[in-house]
Design a protein. Structure first.
Length: 56
């Protein structure tokens, strides 16, 4: 996977902070993960405990 720039600000990447350009951009990305900004939405439904099976 070859990326031409920092995924946060698009500046050239720095080896020490790859794939980011700086510690700041790495911290911005970490904060986005921790705050749930990158969360994958859950799909409701299915055969979980206490639910009736869905028949097609």
């Amino acid at each position: 996977m070859s990326q031409s720039g920092c995924p946060i600000c698009s500046k050239p990447t720095a080896t020490a902070y790859r794939p980011f350009c700086s510690r700041r951009c790495a911290d911005v990305d970490l904060q986005r993960w921790l705050s749930g900004a990158y969360a994958v939405p859950a799909v409701e439904g299915g055969d979980g405990p206490g639910e009736e099976p869905v028949e097609d």
